[in-house]
Design a protein around this ligand. Structure first.
Ligand code: MCA
Ligand code: AMP
Length: 503
C-alpha cells in the first residue's frame, strides 16, 4: 500500500523566518502556510478532494504563484503551470491537452488572457482570480496517497507537439529530497529565482528545495542581469542556480561596469556556498572563465523534465569540467548499448536510462508515448553519454530534431509545422546551430514559393503571434532547395554543415 504523505508537508505555521522575497515585500513561512491552506480551502469549496482536476496557473514568479502551486497540491489537484510568455496557440495546446478546468490568475494577468476567453468558454474553463479564493474560511484538507498525480509540465520531444509530463507526489518528493541530500541544503540558505516557472529547473531545483529546507527565495519575474547582479554585489545569496547562457550573459555584461562594481560582484559570487549549472551542457571554457573570475567551480548536473535531476558532480570532491558527475542518491543511472546490454567500460557511448522514485508517471493520456519511453522498467532519456573514470560525460542526443537553446528544449518539428503555415514558405527545415551564448541557436532553412519574398525580420514578426520568443528562429537561411536523400527526407546533418559554411 502506498505511503500516505504529500509532496509538501505543511510549512511550519509558527516559523516567522522569511520564505519568500518579492521586491520589497517579504512573506514568512507562517504567512505562506496560511495563504496555502486558504487557497486550498477556496479551491475545494464544498468538495473533500479535487481528485486530480487539472488546475492551471497563469502568473509570474511571486507570492501568488507559490501559494497556488502548494495550494493545488494540498487540495488534491494537478498543477499545470503555464508559460506566461507563451503565444496563444501554445497555451491552447496545453489547456486542451491537459483538460484544464480552472486557470488561476493573479492581478492584471486576467487582461492578458482576454484572447483566450472564447477557448475557455468552449472548453468550459473558468478564469479565477486567486484573491477570491484566499478570502474564505479554512477547512480540513484531504490526506493524499503519494501515488496521486500532482503536476503536469509540458516538454517538447521528437513529436511535433509538446507532451504533458505527469509527476506524482512521490516523484516530486524524490526529486526534491535527492538534491537536498546531495547539495546539503540548509535553512540558512538564500537563493535568487529568476528561471521560468513552467519548468523543473526553477520549480523543483530552486523553489521546492528551498521551501522544503526552510531557506529563503528571492523571486524575480525574469532574469534581469542588472537586478540580479545588484543582489549578488550586496551579498544577498548563498546559492545560485542557472543555465549556462545566464553565466555567459553575466560574463558578457561585466566589462561594461566600473572596476569597483565588478569587484563587488566578483566578491558576492566568491562568497557563495554553491553555484550550479544545468539544463544544457556547460562548455569547458565557460567553466574555466567562471572559475577565473569568481574562484568558484561550477557544479554541473544533468536532468530531465521526466526525471528531475539524476546525475550531479559532487558538492565535496572533484567537480570535473565537461562532465556531469555521478548518479544522485536514490537514482539508478545506467548506459545501454543498441542491443540493450549494460555498458560498464569507460569511453563506450550508450543511452542514459534511469530508474527510481524520481521518474515520472506518464505522458498525459498518451499510453503509447509512455510505453515507448520505457524499456524493461528503465526510462530511456534519448541522451548519449560515456563513462570516464567514474563520471558521466554527455555526448549528445539521439534525435537531431531536439534543440537546446538557453536551456529550453525545443522541437524542430514543432517549429517547422508553424513555419509551413506561412503563405510564402514552400519547404523548411529547422536545425540547431552551435552558438556561444545560447548553446544552440534555432536556424530555419527555407525554400520560398515561386515569386514570394520574405525577410528574417518579417518572418520573426509573423512568428511572435504564433510561438514563444525562444522558439523563434534567430537565423533564417533562404535556399533554392533543401538537401534530401533518395527517400526525399531532408538530410539535417548535411544541412548543419552547409549552414556552418555560410557564416
Ligand atoms: C530568450 N530569448 C531566447 C531565449 N530566451 N532565444 C532563444 N533561446 C532562448 N532560450 C529571446 C528573447 O525573447 C529575446 O527576443 C532575445 O532572445 C534576447 O532576450 P534576452 O533578454 O537577452 O534573453 P532573456 O529574456 O534574458 O532570456 C535568456 C534566459 C532565458 C534568461 C537564458 O532563456 C531563460 O530563462 N532560460 C532558462 C530556461 C530554463 O529554465 N530551462 C530549464 C528547462 P527578442 O529580442 O526577439 O524579443 S528544465 C530542464 O532543462 C531540465 C529539467 C534541467 O536539466 O534543468
Ligand atoms: P527538458 O526536457 O527541458 O527537461 O530537458 C532535458 C534535456 O536537457 C536532457 O535530456 C539533456 O539533453 C539536456 N540537459 C540537461 N542538463 C544537461 C547538462 N548538464 N548537459 C547536457 N545536457 C543537459
Amino acid at each position: 500500500m502506498a505511503e500516505t504523505s504529500m509532496t509538501f508537508p505543511p510549512l511550519h505555521s509558527a516559523n516567522q523566518r522569511v520564505a519568500l522575497l518579492d521586491g520589497n515585500h517579504a512573506l514568512s513561512y507562517a504567512a505562506l502556510e496560511d495563504r496555502v491552506v486558504r487557497l486550498a480551502s477556496g479551491l475545494l469549496g464544498q468538495q473533500q478532494d479535487l481528485m486530480e482536476r487539472r488546475i492551471a496557473m497563469f502568473m509570474p514568479a511571486g507570492f501568488d504563484y507559490v501559494t497556488s502551486l502548494l495550494g493545488i497540491w494540498r487540495s488534491g489537484g494537478i498543477a499545470v503551470p503555464l508559460n506566461v510568455h507563451a503565444a496563444l496557440p501554445e497555451l491552447e495546446h496545453v489547456l486542451e491537452t491537459a483538460g484544464v478546468s480552472v486557470i488561476l490568475v493573479s492581478g492584471d494577468r486576467h487582461k492578458q488572457l482576454a484572447g483566450l476567453a472564447p477557448l475557455c468558454l468552449r472548453l468550459g474553463i473558468s478564469l479565477v482570480a486567486i484573491d477570491r479564493l484566499l478570502d474564505v474560511d479554512i477547512r480540513s484538507l484531504p490526506v493524499l496517497q503519494d501515488n496521486r498525480r500532482a503536476m503536469m509540465l509540458f516538454t517538447s520531444g521528437t513529436t511535433n507537439r509538446p507532451k504533458g509530463v505527469v509527476s506524482t507526489h512521490r516523484n516530486i518528493r524524490a526529486q526534491i529530497t535527492t538534491l537536498i541530500k546531495a547539495w546539503h541544503w540548509l535553512a540558512t540558505d538564500r537563493i535568487p529565482l529568476f528561471l521560468p516557472l513552467h519548468h523543473i529547473h526553477g520549480i523543483i531545483n530552486v523553489l521546492c528545495c528551498a521551501l522544503w529546507s526552510g531557506a529563503s527565495v528571492t523571486l524575480f519575474p525574469r532574469f534581469d542581469t542588472e537586478f540580479v547582479l545588484r543582489g549578488v554585489a550586496a551579498g544577498d545569496w548563498t546559492l545560485f542556480m542557472a543555465v549556462p547562457t545566464i553565466y555567459v550573459k553575466i560574463l558578457q555584461h561585466l566589462p561594461g561596469l566600473p572596476p569597483a562594481e565588478q569587484a563587488r560582484i566578483r566578491d558576492g559570487f566568491s562568497a557563495m556556498r554553491l553555484m550550479v549549472s544545468g539544463s544544457a551542457a556547460c562548455p569547458v571554457k565557460l567553466f574555466t572563465d567562471w572559475q577565473a573570475f569568481t574562484g568558484q567551480c561550477l557544479l554541473e548536473r544533468y536532468g530531465m523534465t521526466e526525471t528531475g535531476m539524476t546525475i550531479s558532480n559532487p558538492l565535496e570532491g572533484e567537480r570535473r569540467a565537461g562532465a556531469v558527475g555521478q548518479a544522485l542518491p536514490g537514482v539508478e543511472v545506467v548506459l545501454f548499448d543498441e542491443d540493450d546490454s549494460r555498458i560498464l567500460d569507460d569511453h563506450v557511448p550508450g543511452e542514459i536510462r534511469i530508474r527510481g522514485d524520481n521518474v515520472f508517471n506518464e505522458y498525459w493520456q498518451n499510453p503509447q508515448a509512455t510505453q515507448e519511453a520505457f524499456r524493461d522498467g528503465w526510462f530511456c532519456t534519448g541522451d548519449t553519454a560515456e563513462l570516464d573514470r567514474g563520471y558521466f560525460r554527455i555526448l549528445g542526443r539521439s534525435s537531431i530534431d531536439i534543440i537546446k537553446s538557453g536551456g529550453y528544449k525545443l522541437s524542430a518539428l514543432e517549429i517547422e509545422s508553424v513555419l509551413l503555415s506561412h503563405e510564402a514558405i514552400a519547404e523548411c527545415a529547422v536545425i540547431g546551430i552551435a552558438d556561444d551564448t545560447w548553446g544552440e541557436a534555432v536556424c530555419a532553412c527555407i525554400v520560398l514559393k515561386e515569386g514570394m519574398q520574405l525577410t528574417r525580420e518579417i518572418l520573426r514578426e509573423w512568428c511572435r503571434e504564433r510561438m514563444s520568443a525562444y522558439r523563434i528562429p534567430q537565423r533564417v537561411c533562404l535556399m533554392e532547395a533543401l538537401p534530401r536523400n533518395a527517400m526525399g527526407k531532408v538530410m539535417k546533418p548535411q544541412l548543419k554543415t552547409l549552414v556552418a559554411t555560410l557564416t
